[in-house]
Design a protein around this ligand. Sequence first.
Ligand SMILES: Cc1cc2nc3c(=O)[nH]c(=O)nc-3n(C[C@H](O)[C@H](O)[C@H](O)COP(=O)(O)OP(=O)(O)OC[C@H]3O[C@@H](n4cnc5c(N)ncnc54)[C@H](O)[C@@H]3O)c2cc1C
Length: 540
Amino acid sequence: MTVPAARAEPYDVVVIGAGLSGMYQLHRLRGLGLRARVFEAGNDVGGTWYWNRYPGARFDSESWTYGYSFSGEILRAWQWSEHFAAQPETLRYCNFVADTLDLRRDIEFDSRVRAAAYDDAATGWDVEIEGGRRARARFLITAIGPLSAPTMPAIPGVESFAGEAYHTGTWPHRPVTFADKRVAVIGTGATAVQAITEIAKTVGHLTVFQRTPNWCAPLHNSVIDAATQARIQATYPQIFETCRSSFGCFIHQADPRNARDVSPEEREAFYEQRYAEPGFGIWMGNFRDVLIDREANATITDFMRRKIRERVKDPALAEKLIPTNHGFGTRRVPLESGYYEVFNQPNVRLVDLRETPIRRITPAGIETSETEHAFDMIIYATGFDAVTGAFDRIDLRGGEGRRLRDTWAEGPRTYLGLHVAGFPNLFTLVGPHNAATFCNIPRCIEQNVDWVTALLRHMGDRGYTRVEATAEAEREWTAHVHDTGRRMLFTQVDSWMMGINSNVPGKQTRTFLVYAGGAPKYRERCDAVAAAGYVGLTFR
Ligand SMILES: Cc1cc2nc3c(=O)[nH]c(=O)nc-3n(C[C@H](O)[C@H](O)[C@H](O)COP(=O)(O)OP(=O)(O)OC[C@H]3O[C@@H](n4cnc5c(N)ncnc54)[C@H](O)[C@@H]3O)c2cc1C
């Protein structure tokens, strides 16, 4: 039953989502003395780390750079056990933060927001939760995640499969076993690479269905020993300062040299060194031109190609695992812990969907153009409708009933990735065109939340109740996002960062979802806007 709007619960702010963004935003809203309510579709906090419980799920960010930086108490009380923590530990961390800050009393779980409409007469948002409950609030903050709308492959017959079937992004909360089972994994993105490597350790027989191979690099995870733990605790300010000054807020800084400025021997030695180091160094800490210049990119791509050939024993199989449609680093780089060696196991097979595409899922398994493969379990590691997907799944209407989905039909248009003209009093944390989409995300989440919090304080101090981006500011920022992106090689390749998802109707045309100018530039711009009295925003 739908509750009439007039009887809906009134709040100052409704936040959608209780991942890292929603949790921190709630804490800061309380600090402003505002009455805030968070609605979360899952039945606990953690967002990404609540949903993605698949085997092998873990950080690509160094754990000690990922946690919140805003609270000395939390930093001192929490110790990460590994340099790249696994999902259960990160979920425990989210719960620890929720307990420490006593967040749950203002969060309603199992509450998926179905619709939200701006009511100009009331200067506020009318929010509808699935099941018919309603809430009203002056401000609406979306904290719905860049990778939170799982997509299934557009293959007929998915419902007909008689065995176990799971999507990695909605993995069950009970243990799933693979021993003695014939398991299929569809997908070879970052999630699939983690899951395949872990499942291969115990599986009866594993078949990997690959459409597009990715350039994967070694994670080199390890336990944090006591001395390192003490050093991390003692140097948090420096760690966060390094992150702040780097392009994507990772601990890795780009090398100031160009790949073409050094001799081939020096270049090779540098690539070997990066390949042997933990984390995203090979991607984020590479020569400054490898993600911009085609020739420079070709040198690292060639290096990575040779690495795959070294690690996969069967030369024909190695060729299938080598990407041919994009250079290294121009799509999200999966980090791996023995992925290529999995394909040397006798009980693992690769099906190349470029040669034998899937026709349908059958009750017994997967039918390709060649044969029907029988399985006990199918795992869909087919990812997410990235960045705009979670917005599209809400019937979000601004002034005059205009739908956000329609407004963004030709690609998102935003101001600073946080505001949309025609949608007053809406703030989109980690939204499209926001530096947070190309970031060690919590570092950018803290910036986003602090900026929105300061804006709300600014409004409160002056008695304003309504804020909206001007169409001109939106046009200018959107053009800036496009201009900045054009120089990066990744914008010339189909990927989720460019809004491509072959499984989602209408998402086959490249558009700029992420801000490629880097977090420091983005922060500078946001700070300048605020310092100039929030230019580009109108208040009432
Ligand atoms: C497997 C995986 C690994 C990752 N690893 C890293 C990493 O190593 N480093 C990194 O920086 N980033 C990583 N990310 C990105 C990760 O999403 C962010 O780091 C971060 O968790 C985003 O936090 P968030 O709160 O913005 O979004 P999320 O954590 O996605 O939380 C959004 C929440 O909103 C809820 N929600 C969405 N729509 C609705 C609705 N309509 N109604 C109610 N609730 C709703 C969802 O249920 C979810 O709980 C990873 C992502 C995935 C999927």
